[in-house]
Design a protein. Structure first.
Length: 260
């Protein structure tokens, strides 16, 4: 009976491959990968909640004519000053509300720290995640997300195809025999795309102050193109490097002339 079911499943798979030759089927993730992704989904939710709370504090303070600089530490510092009565323009009732919101942010920070410790433990036991973290701009969060999300990188024929699956390749607009490259497609895995773009944003900022510490191609592009364009291009290139490491093994090797 079991053999008949297996044969039927194999026949169904062959039929799908013949009738839909261009369709890429998703490989089944291991239990460890699913567990790591559960950590990532939870962390992403808590980060969004933290951002909402910070924006709520900013909005409440704006009602009383107090401007707050962007950034988590600015929100917590200003909330502490309000709680201590250092902001006389804020009524006592509003001050209590802001203090409560700041307390919720503190609770989220504790939970986020615990989740990131769990991810660090997983990272230390996962050889692929450790190799991916050798790529500049790919830290603990991005490395573990890539290692947990991509089951079999060889299912992509090239690094470009993998970057396209993350929505990091530009759309082509052809007219009158001329090809123009538009904005990135933004299709595919939004979470991985966002992590890579955030990582490359940090790298581009470092390129402005320490150009010798990053890929010289980034500094060269910054001299010709806007920072946002360079960031997305670097994310595209990083996705291709990540595919190469996942599909072929090895670690990242910095171009000659780059100092860490």
């Amino acid at each position: 009976m079991g053999g008949s079911e297996t044969d039927a499943n194999d026949a169904e798979a062959i039929c799908e491959a013949v009738t839909r030759p261009t369709m890429r089927f998703v490989a089944i993730k291991s239990e460890q990968q699913q567990a790591a992704l559960a950590l990532h989904r939870t962390r992403d939710l808590l980060v969004k909640q933290r951002t909402q709370l910070v924006n709520m504090i900013r909005g409440l303070l704006a009602e009383f004519g107090i401007e707050m600089a962007r950034g988590l530490h600015h929100a917590l510092d200003l909330a502490a000053r309000v709680a201590q009565g250092a902001a006389p323009d804020v009524p006592e009732l509003a001050a209590r509300v802001i203090t409560g919101l700041a307390g919720q942010i503190g609770d989220l920070q504790v939970r986020l720290t615990a989740l990131e410790k769990e991810l660090l433990t997983w990272h230390r036991t996962n050889e692929l995640s450790q190799r991916l973290s050798t790529i500049p701009g790919v830290g603990l969060i991005s490395a573990t997300a890539l290692a947990a999300s991509v089951t079999d990188a060889s299912r992509f024929r090239s690094g470009r195809q993998f970057a396209a699956s993350l929505g990091l390749t530009p759309l082509q607009n052809s007219s009158g025999g001329k090809e123009r490259m538009g904005r990135i497609s933004r299709m595919g895995d939004r979470y991985l795309r966002r992590l890579l773009v955030v990582g490359m944003t940090s790298l581009v900022r470092r390129a402005r102050t320490r150009p010798d510490s990053v890929d010289p191609r980034i500094a060269a592009m910054l001299a010709r193109k806007p920072a946002r364009v360079v960031t997305v291009a670097a994310a595209n290139r990083t996705a291709r490097v990540a595919w190469s490491i996942m599909a072929r093994g090895g670690v990242y090797r910095a171009p000659q002339g780059v100092t860490a």
